[in-house]
Design a protein around this ligand. Structure first.
Ligand code: XMP
Length: 323
């Protein structure tokens, strides 16, 4: 259960000792077998990839699952970063499987479950079987466990704390070296592992990816809408120092006007958060000019959008992602 996980706060964390301990644990667990790990390019999975690489070298196979829900040019960018670090990453195209699993699903928790099952059971089940690996190395952190156990959100990567045995459910074991840390600690470990700042300073990004930012049904077209808005939001807000920022596509349409005609169009909600560890968060006091410029760019560059809003609620009761 969650209570058996002892938190290591960023203040307590000795990164060198942590890295050495985890490398030893991973080596002991995997022995002379092989492990596989899923790199999404987020801070947590990037840190785990480097830890695994240091511990296992060629015994670790790292894959980037192209689920169709990622940000613009993400696969190329992440593979490129890791190539420079000497880590080979294989891209696995599973787009059709994810969109098929998400078809018609509108309930947030069912959507999370569809992503989880497709990822762990279908795609990874197959990869693990074909590679002969017995272990999946992944970057679950304590905040993921907390929220799942509290019943707030079923984070995509939490099993044991819910009484799910991955070996039984999916046919492999899961190793989670970062589970005692929160985001601030993971960033320090990532830096100490030699990740470039572009990776360890990246804003957090959720496992269910852009599917966590589409309210209502997730289709390729709706993901493309939120992906285009995300490019604008990330480009505009990258120097704000905010903890996390995002665009969310709403389900409801509103009446707008374009070229003098009625346009029953789509709505994008912007969120930008100040937070230390994602447990609580407050909306960043962005200058109104920044919000206006974001709205202007989104409306002119993202087809079909007629409304842009900014969320000013705190977490709690809001959560950082909309799903
Ligand atoms: P929420 O939305 O619960 O998010 O306030 C807290 C932090 O966790 C990220 N997040 C996830 N990370 N798997 C993850 O690895 C998930 O399923 C998931 N859902 C949310 C979110 O982006 C924020 O930083």
């Amino acid at each position: 259960m969650a209570s058996t996980i002892t938190e290591i706060t960023s203040r307590q964390l000795d990164t060198e000792q942590f890295i050495n301990d985890k490398i030893r644990d991973i080596k002991d667990t995997v022995g002379d077998g092989t492990a596989i790990n899923a790199l999404s390019g987020g801070v947590d999975s990037s840190a785990v990839t480097m830890l695994g690489h240091r511990a296992l070298g060629a015994q670790l196979k790292t894959v980037f699952v192209q689920n169709g829900l990622m940000r613009e040019a993400e696969a190329e960018r992440v593979v490129g970063f890791f190539q420079e670090l000497g880590v080979t990453v294989e891209v696995v195209d599973a787009r059709q499987e994810f969109f098929a699993a998400l078809k018609g699903v509108t309930d947030p928790e069912e959507k999370r479950e569809a992503v989880t099952q497709t990822f762990y059971k279908d795609v990874f089940g197959r990869l693990v079987k074909s590679s002969g690996a017995r272990y999946l190395l992944q970057g679950t952190i304590l905040t993921d466990v907390d929220e799942t156990v509290a019943g707030i959100k079923r984070q995509h990567n939490v099993f044991e704390q819910l009484g799910i045995d991955p070996q039984e459910a999916f046919g492999y074991n899961i190793i989670e070296p970062l589970i005692q840390l929160r985001k601030d600690g993971v960033r320090r470990v990532g830096k100490a592992l030699g990740l470039p700042a572009e990776l360890f300073e990246r804003i957090p990004f959720p496992g269910p990816a852009l599917a966590a930012r589409v309210i209502g049904e997730v289709t390729e077209e709706r993901i493309e809408t939120v992906r285009k808005a995300t490019v604008i939001v990330e480009r505009t807000l990258e120097d704000t120092g905010a903890f996390q920022y995002m665009a969310i596509l709403h389900q409801d349409r509103v009446t707008g006007m374009r070229d003098g005609k009625r346009d029953f169009g789509q709505q994008i909600e912007l969120r930008c958060w100040d937070s230390v560890d994602a447990r609580t968060a407050t909306p960043t006091r962005l200058p109104f000019e920044t919000l206006e410029s974001l709205a202007g760019e989104i409306i002119s560059e993202v087809p079909g959008v007629v409304s842009v809003t900014y969320n000013i609620a705190t977490k709690p009761p809001s959560t950082i992602e909309a799903i």
